[in-house]
Design a protein around this ligand. Structure first.
Ligand code: HEC
Length: 157
């Protein structure tokens, strides 16, 4: 994995984190540094499956940025639209999704993936009514799940 890529994820994390600190200081004890070794569990996905999975990840990252911007500009409809686009239902209705995806991923993967999808759905549901502070806090929680999963798994070489 390129350091560049990891750096980008950390950067997004720092952004999300910065945003909550203003709203309500969330306890965050995480140290922003790379561990000396790589303890992450490899997942063995190749070809189209790998491309699909990484493509989903890039959609996640793009969604975080768009939602962050939409919260900042008070565009609630855009928050809802973008969050829904990476929510649970969208994943189920995708044109390409490996049918045996579950069997390719190790224990713990599915739960984190589900948590992040459901979190986006929750954001979409709350976009019209929640305060910007709460939406920001919600977004920061989402980023924590991205970070947790990235610390747990990697794509096998
Ligand atoms: C279920 C686990 C899991 C969750 C949840 C998750 N990721 Fe990932 N993501 C991964 C893994 C594994 C990789 C590959 C990392 C590696 O091999 O070093 C990855 C890679 C990426 C990449 C690089 C994509 C590429 O084209 O190489 C981006 C960007 C990314 N994730 C963003 C996110 C964001 C943003 C979130 C949260 C909204 C998120 N991910 C949630 C597991 C996850």
């Amino acid at each position: 994995m390129g350091f560049h890529r990891f750096g980008a994820v950390l950067w997004v994390c720092a952004l999300g984190w910065g945003a909550t600190v203003q709203a309500e200081p969330a306890p965050n004890t995480q140290e922003l540094r790379l561990p000396a070794d790589d303890p992450r569990t490899p997942i063995h996905v190749i070809g189209e499956d790998r491309a699909w999975m990484l493509g989903q990840m890039r959609l996640f990252l793009a969604a975080l940025g768009q939602i962050n911007g939409a919260i900042a500009s008070g565009d609630r409809a855009e928050v809802a639209r973008t969050a829904r686009r990476v929510g649970m239902k969208i994943e189920e209705s995708e044109p390409y999704r490996p049918s045996n995806w579950r069997s390719l991923t190790p224990p713990g993967w599915g739960e984190m993936a589900r948590t992040v999808r459901l979190g986006f759905d929750r954001m979409a549901d709350q976009a019209a009514t929640a305060s910007p502070e709460n939406l920001n806090a919600e977004l920061a929680e989402q980023v924590q799940i991205c970070v947790a999963c990235h610390q747990t798994f990697r794509v096998a070489d």
